[in-house]
Design a protein. Structure first.
Length: 469
């Protein structure tokens, strides 16, 4: 494809590929230096053209075409989209927030599929087409090339709807910069990724890129009315002429009136666009109720069929590794797996399971290495305060010493077991289960690897549970 079809330039060249990773550059590629780095590496590998910042001052060989931009991430994303023919399904939606993105995207895809539409979701679980098995992805929000390749594939296969998880990293790094969404949801905002964003305000602003830049003017924002930042988000959306659907206890459009625990789920009494409704869902926990309400708002806005989508919502299944009931032991104790890896996530999970616990509530958890260290004592204190038995173990220590991470958690949860091997921690916890107990393995969810010293070793909480049944 000609470079002039991808970017605004007087010079031209045949472009054979696009990437923002200099390790992937091949002769004839367009390289997007979205962070201003590795331009020389890309040129040495045969890049035909590079996109750089307006003020980029590094040396670039004369045989490489230079495209300067005030926003190189956006220029690169537009070029990638054009390289894939700007092909994508006609209806795109996205959801952001600290917690709940995966479940909401999964619920939306499930309901649309039940309604007879060809629908897909892209996020932490990977690319899921209809009811097919996930095609894994290394990131919640894939890189720009992967996104547009997948969207072109979906469009070619006749998919009408795609719902995407929009992570703060993905938004901040411009991976979604060329996309325009009809509907965007915002779940909540709690402490996470402060190793990357540095301040909570920076983290909030990264999330808000979805509403300031990606959600169409006249599009619909589905917002949690119970969070502190609700008013700030509404102000941005109203300024851009976006419609608002608010949900939650304070929601104006989808209002949660009451939640009643059931043996394997809960009954929700809601006010749904001005009318009372009762729905039973096969999910436990108030936070899952909120996820369902957000999904309903997104579905109603996407399809324009609010009365139809609500009939299907009770038939959804929980996303893999999201407060997933995976087994009962021989004595009847329940074992759940959840991806909770933030203070808010862990608190929500433990509070959700308490009404379903006749005996002791037990938790196995750890904290990731080379990530926000401030979370460690917070999560330790939450586990100590909300669970009856706590096992502190390892969860992707990365390049840190796993023992050091556990030792930063332990002072906040005196009396907890400190167990180096996650498999041993799971076995010990399951061996200790009594009738009426509930155990939750928190942190890894659907993951099938343990990241240690630069290597990913196969590890699955699901497999470990089945070994010990």
């Amino acid at each position: 494809m000609k470079l002039s079809k991808l970017v605004n330039t007087a010079q031209d060249a045949e472009i054979k590929g696009v990437t923002a990773d200099s390790r992937e550059v091949k002769p004839g590629f367009l390289f997007g230096a979205v962070n201003g780095d590795y331009v020389a590496d890309a040129a040495a590998k045969g890049a035909a053209a590079v996109i750089v910042a307006q003020d980029y001052a590094g040396n670039i060989p004369d045989n490489v075409i230079v495209i300067r931009s005030s926003d190189p991430a956006y220029a690169y994303a537009k070029a990638v989209s054009a390289f894939f023919g700007n092909a994508m399904p006609p209806h795109l939606a996205a959801v952001t927030g600290t917690n709940g993105k995966t479940s909401i995207a999964d619920f939306v895809r499930q309901v649309l599929t039940m309604m007879g539409y060809k629908a897909a979701s892209i996020g932490t679980l990977g690319l899921i087409k209809g009811n097919d098995a996930p095609i894994p992805s290394p990131n919640t929000t894939p890189n720009c090339v992967s996104i547009h390749r997948e969207l072109k594939e979906l469009a070619g296969e006749g998919f009408a709807y795609t719902i995407m998880e929009a992570s703060s990293h993905g938004l901040h790094q411009g991976r979604l910069a060329a996309l325009s969404f009809e509907v965007a949801g915002f779940t909540n905002l709690t402490r996470d990724h402060l190793d990357y964003h540095k301040t909570f305000e920076d983290y909030f602003n990264a999330k808000m890129i979805l509403f300031r830049h990606n959600l169409k003017e006249g599009g619909t924002a589905v917002l949690n009315a119970d969070i502190e930042s609700f008013g700030r988000i509404v102000a941005v959306c109203e300024q851009r002429g976006q419609k608002i659907i608010s949900y939650g206890f304070n929601g104006q459009d989808i209002k949660l009136l009451q939640s009643t625990p059931l043996p394997h789920g809960q009954r929700l009494e809601i006010e749904y666009f001005g009318r009372p409704k009762t729905i039973d869902i096969p999910l436990v926990g108030e936070f899952q109720a909120m996820n369902v309400l957000c999904a309903l708002g997104i579905l109603a806005a996407l399809t324009g069929l609010p009365d139809e989508v609500i009939h299907y919502i009770g038939d959804i299944k929980g996303a893999k590794g999201r407060l997933e009931l995976v087994a009962h032991t021989a004595n009847g104790a329940a074992v759940y797996i959840d991806y909770a890896h933030t203070p808010d996530g862990l608190e929500n999970v433990l509070k959700a399971l308490r009404p379903h616990t006749a005996g002791r509530l037990q938790v196995v958890f750890g904290c990731g290495g080379n990530r926000d260290k401030g979370k460690r004592p917070l999560m330790g204190r939450i586990a100590h305060d909300l669970a009856d038995v706590v096992y502190v173990t390892d969860d992707n220590p990365r390049f840190e010493e796993a023992e050091d991470i556990r030792n930063e958690i332990m002072p906040a949860c005196p009396g907890a077991y400190n167990i180096a091997d996650r498999a041993k921690a799971i076995k010990m916890a399951m061996d200790n289960l009594l009738p009426g107990d509930v155990l939750v393995l928190a942190g890894k969810g659907h993951e099938t690897g343990q990241y240690v010293k630069g290597e990913i070793h196969h590890f699955s909480d699901h497999e470990e549970v089945l070994k010990n049944i």
